[in-house]
Design a protein around this ligand. Structure first.
Ligand code: NDP
Ligand code: KAL
Length: 258
């Protein structure tokens, strides 16, 4: 078996800028020879995504589509267009989450109905919606990977409604793995340690969270985009062909510490 992804095409959803975890995944897949398709939600990020892809050798072959995961019609049109343009897809990386800023501080008890639904809609349900849309394109089988965080398994201060949405996402991974297994499609999650991205900006006390990782995580260092990217590459390659419904922590081992 070889680790090359030459001749394969992957959809990467959620590159906002060069710090995005999705960008780390895109780089790892690209280095393995994959052809990439990028989707972005906000038009304001289109240029950023295109400019980044252009920095990849042969990146001019990449394709770009606008896809807002709150809009079922937009999702269907996007994957219909991808099917028309490229035909078969071998995998997808879902790197999308959102909660209103005001829900990401203070007491979880004060979570509003609207805030709860928004977080779950974008951060959890979107995986099911996108998996359903991509399934017909994955006619040769393949992998779907999503990104989760420890705050879905334990209470992490300020993560609040996003933790509940991640718990729902984590359960969705298992149910989707069962639904899609018969089609040769595997569904897995990577639980990443804290990485300073645009989403992480301005929420919580990121510095003290990182300090804690550096002091207490078994590897005594923060998680990098590249580490997550390479694990996504593994999960989207044939080397993980027996793995589905799984969550792999790429977090310097922090999750084992009590
Ligand atoms: P980024 O801010 O780089 O990426 C978040 C992405 O979510 C953006 O590209 C954004 O696109 C996209 N998004 C938000 N709303 C929508 C929508 N309605 N439709 C489509 N896309 C949308 O942050 P990260 O790289 O940190 O986040 C990626 C994933 O990693 C998230 O699931 C996050 O929870 C997870 N994660 C992050 C960790 C970290 O420490 N950074 C740790 C563990 C998990 P746009 O800007 O175009 O709206
Ligand atoms: C405990 C941690 C500290 C931070 C607390 C909450 C983090 C929640 C993540 C969530 C995705 C952040 C947002 O939705 C931010 C949003 O309200 C405002 N930002 C934006 O709209 C920007 C412009 C766009 C690009 O962002 C999105 N998401 O669309 C958690 C830390 C330690 C780990 C993290 C950051 C986990 C995670 O899930 O991201």
């Amino acid at each position: 078996m070889n680790m090359s992804l030459q001749g394969r095409t992957y959809v990467v959803m959620g590159v906002a800028n060069k710090r995005s975890i999705a960008w780390g995944i895109a780089q790892s897949l690209h280095n393995a020879g994959a052809r990439l398709i990028f989707t972005y939600a906000a038009e304001r990020f289109e240029k950023s995504v295109r400019d980044l892809a252009a920095t990849l050798e042969g990146g001019e072959e990449s394709l770009f589509y606008q896809c807002d995961v709150t809009d079922d019609e937009n999702i269907m049109e996007t994957f219909q267009q991808i099917q028309n343009d490229v035909g078969v897809i071998h995998g997808l990386a879902h790197c999308i989450a959102f909660a209103n800023k005001e829900e990401l501080k203070g007491d979880f008890l004060n979570t509003s109905r609207d805030g709860f639904l928004t977080a779950h809609n974008i951060s959890s349900y979107s995986l099911t919606a996108v998996s359903r849309a991509v399934q017909p394109l994955m006619s040769e089988g393949g992998g779907i990977v999503t990104l989760t965080y420890l705050g879905g398994e334990r209470v992490v201060p300020n993560y609040n409604v996003m933790g509940v949405a991640k718990a729902s996402l984590d359960a969705s991974v298992k149910y989707l793995a069962e639904s899609l297994g018969k089609h040769g499609i595997r569904v897995n999650a990577i639980s990443a340690g804290p990485i300073r991205t645009l989403s992480a900006k301005g929420v919580g006390d990121f510095n003290s969270i990182l300090k804690d990782i550096e002091e207490r995580a078994p590897l005594r260092r923060p998680t990098t985009q590249e580490e997550v990217g390479d694990t996504a590459y593994f999960l989207l390659s044939d080397f993980s062909r027996g793995v589905t419904g799984e969550m792999i922590h790429v977090d310097s081992g922090f999750h084992i510490i009590g």
